[in-house]
Design a protein around this ligand. Structure first.
Ligand code: PLP
Length: 387
């Protein structure tokens, strides 16, 4: 199997597994049981992991809050922030191409009275920053824009957005789940951010909510009640092995040279265009994260392609609802029609992807797409100029 679905999740790094196994075996004590030595040792591991993550991101360790992943971090932040500050204003600005973890959280806030502006993007997946500025109102509470899109890899101009927000004195939250651990990021100008460890060869079920100046002011109402862990914002017993594994994975990711991944991705795109007719690489005119290609193979439905290439782990942005794949909201926002959006495939590489694999993928795709098109009446019509 060739695995090119690394934006969904990644293989654990062997070094991460080794350190997690040791913690699982030796440091089983509850990190909050600081009355005894084993508990204090687990607590020390948690705090060292926090320190290490803060170092990797060049932020302060008190601003790192452990969660079960980006989805939980998003919910804690958006719901907690709205609950705390809705008396100042109910308006929030976001973008149509955000992950469902963001969009569905906003949908539930709308039920509670939030007024959410969903900014559109252009064909290249880019926001209009002038429109962002113009959307800001007196009662705007928060701007929430992702750094890298999970389906296309398209990067948002996070620093410029942060400047606009700073100018207007509006807090800025960025879902950085697809960029932290994959590119150098700066959280300097960002008030809130989140990420998940499993996107950079760490364990699943663990992530971070970054809150600038956490502790200076109580900025969020907690979603759940319980103990005092994470300043009461995320109560519950710590998952020590996962937290240690996440810190290790991020330290490794921060020191990983990404040149090879980018070169492989670029090689893949160049060859695809050369070898297969009627393909479009989405967002090519935009800055993109270096491991992602989203490619439209005209008149080849992604689900048909997937059944033809069972030896490849690929993905489409389509959410499968009762057997029918709905076209991706991200691709539709980029002005693709339903049919083209159903013919897009995401390829996401990792440090474990080899050139030999990419060459094999190119050969497999070339054959599969040729076969599918040869059997397709739509393709024949298209070739005859009748479509
Ligand atoms: N945000 C983005 C951009 C993502 O890509 C993902 C996961 O794919 C999430 C949020 C949610 O992450 P998790 O499922 O780890 O909570």
């Amino acid at each position: 199997m060739i695995y090119l679905d690394n934006n969904a999740s990644t293989a654990l790094d062997e070094e991460v597994i080794a350190c997690m196994v040791e913690v699982m075996r030796e440091d089983y004590a509850n990190a909050s049981s600081t009355q005894h030595k084993l508990g204090r040792r687990a607590n020390h591991l948690i705090e060292s992991a926090r320190e290490s993550i803060a170092n990797s991101l060049a932020v302060e360790s008190k601003d790192i809050l452990f969660t079960s992943g980006a989805t939980e971090a998003i919910n804690i932040l958006l719901k907690g922030f709205f609950a705390r500050y809705q008396h100042f204003g109910k308006h929030i600005i976001t973008c149509t191409t955000e992950h469902k973890a963001i969009l569905n959280t906003f949908q539930s806030l709308e039920q509670l009275g939030a007024e959410v502006t969903y900014l559109p993007v252009d064909k290249n997946g880019q926001l209009d920053l002038g429109q962002l500025k113009n959307s800001i109102r007196k009662d705007t509470l928060l701007v929430s824009i992702m750094s890298a899109n999970n389906e296309t890899g398209i990067l948002s101009p996070v620093d410029e957005i942060a400047e606009i927000c700073k100018d207007k004195k509006i807090p800025f939250f960025s879902d950085m789940t697809q960029s932290i651990g994959k590119q150098k990021v700066s959280l300097d100008k960002i008030d809130f951010a989140c990420f998940s460890a499993h996107k950079f060869h760490g364990p699943k079920g663990i992530g971070v909510l970054y809150i600038k100046n956490n502790g200076r002011a109580k900025v969020l109402d907690p979603l759940i009640s319980g103990g005092t862990q994470e300043k009461g914002l995320r109560p519950g017993t710590y998952d020590t092995p996962a937290i240690v594994g996440m810190a290790k994975a991020l330290a490794i990711a921060t020191n990983t040279n990404r040149d090879t991944i980018r070169q492989l991705r670029n090689f893949f795109e160049k060859e695809i265009v050369k070898r297969i007719p009627e393909v479009v690489i989405l967002g090519q005119a935009s800055d993109r994260i270096d491991n992602t290609s989203n490619i439209l193979f005209k008149h080849v439905r992604s689900e048909v392609l997937f059944t033809k290439v069972p030896m490849l782990a690929l993905s489409s942005g389509a959410a499968c609802v009762s057997g029918d794949s709905a076209p991706s909201h991200v691709l539709k926002a980029m002005q693709l029609n339903d049919e083209d959006a159903r013919c897009c495939v995401r390829f996401s590489l990792s440090k474990y992807t080899s050139k030999a694999e990419i060459v094999q993928v190119l050969n497999i795709l070339d054959d599969a797409i040729c076969d599918i098109r040869n059997e397709s009446p739509t393709w024949q019509l298209f070739k005859a100029g009748l479509l």
